[in-house]
Ligand binder design. Structure first.
Ligand code: SF4
Length: 346
């Protein structure tokens, strides 16, 4: 009998909101295009695997491509000379075990994909987990506090050991996305002067006849400007990485006690029982709230109580046959990649 797959993502979705889990994993309803953070995170992962900022990403948005190429350039600059991992890209499918009887679930298996196994010194192994984030990753930040009980890391402990790697830590390898964005750059005339125009678009001059080079919102004057191009932005971003690499990249060894692992096994079993119960009764309750619904891709369906016909999904959505496409490798291999050159570090 084929068992249903539980991943860290699907488990987290169920905890966030059972109704969201129903749409996403029971029905397979997905937005036609992935959200930018997912696209960019996947592209960064591919680049880290290949250690190649030039060719590793496949993003059709020029700014997203420039950001990822620059992050990869910084990553390779910092870590490019490291020993390769013992194992890379390790998909796993392991039994979900009842912690009281030690028997495997007849309904579910646990699956996922670890980024790799690496030696952290002569005697110890760690599972490596590379992630992009918008969080503050400095020492003492909440980002690291959350890792203490992050289920994904505990799942990797269980999976690595099941696969025969007696790991003693997870090496959390974090890359922070830029908070800076393309800025406005004043246009210059042939003499190198900034151009100020009034409400009618006519150039503004000082009393001495020289061009005015500053705006005045009181008078309705504006500086003529353009948005920084992705390539210009990449150079500025890369300079910032070189100046403060610790702001953008951080690594920590995160460990688990045997008691933590046992607690997590019990949580997994409890959650699986909740899913079976929800399926049995066809009841997937909503977790309505600002934090749960604010970012939810199903909010316009769910909160307007629209009935979804899987044969005719709502505009902008598709029904996936495989609800865990992330386990199947690179989702972006079929997409066009713009030819793009990454900024380089001298
Ligand atoms: S809109 Fe809110 S209640 Fe509805 S599925 Fe999303 S998170 Fe759940």
């Amino acid at each position: 009998m084929n068992k249903d797959i539980l991943t860290n993502s699907s488990l987290a979705c169920m905890r966030r909101c059972p109704r969201q889990y129903f749409y996403r994993y029971e029905m397979g309803l997905r937005p036609e295009t992935d959200a930018a953070p997912l696209r960019m995170g996947t592209a960064f992962h591919r680049g880290v695997e290949r250690r190649d900022p030039e060719t590793a990403y496949k993003l059709t948005d020029d700014l997203e491509a420039a950001i990822i190429a620059t992050m990869l350039t910084g990553y390779v600059w910092l870590y490019g000379n490291e020993e390769p991992d013992v194992e890379t890209e390790m998909p796993f499918e392991i039994p979900l075990v009842n912690p009281d009887t030690n028997t495997a679930s007849r309904t579910f298996v646990l699956a996922g994909k670890m980024d790799g196994i690496r030696k952290i010194d002569d005697t110890r192994l760690a599972a490596k987990e590379t992630k992009t984030t918008s969080d503050d990753i400095s020492d003492g930040s909440d980002h690291w506090l959350l890792k203490r009980y992050d289920g994904q890391l505990t799942l990797y402990y269980i999976a690595a050991r099941y696969l025969g790697f007696n790991i003693e830590a997870i090496l959390c390898d974090e890359a922070r996305k830029p908070s800076i964005r393309p800025k406005q750059i004043p246009e210059l005339d042939e003499d190198g002067c900034k151009i100020t125009v009034d409400e009618k678009g006519d150039r503004v001059f000082l009393k001495n006849g020289k061009p005015r080079q500053s705006a005045s919102s009181k008078d309705g004057w504006v500086l003529v400007s353009r948005t920084e191009t992705p390539d210009e932005f990449a150079v500025r971003f890369l300079n910032d990485i070189v100046e403060r690499p610790e702001y953008y990249f951080a690594r920590r060894e995160i460990t688990r006690l045997e008691q933590d692992i046992d607690d997590y096994r019990r949580e997994l079993w409890q959650q699986a029982k909740n899913m079976i119960e929800a399926r049995k009764h066809g009841r997937w309750y909503r977790n309505v709230g600002k934090w749960s619904c604010g970012m939810c891709e199903y909010k316009n369906i769910c909160l307007q109580n629209i009935t979804v016909n899987p044969d005719m999904p709502p505009v902008g959505f598709v029904i996936l046959q495989n609800v865990h496409p992330e386990l199947e490798g690179d989702n972006y291999d079929s997409k066009e990649t713009p030819s793009k050159t990454a900024a380089t570090i001298a």
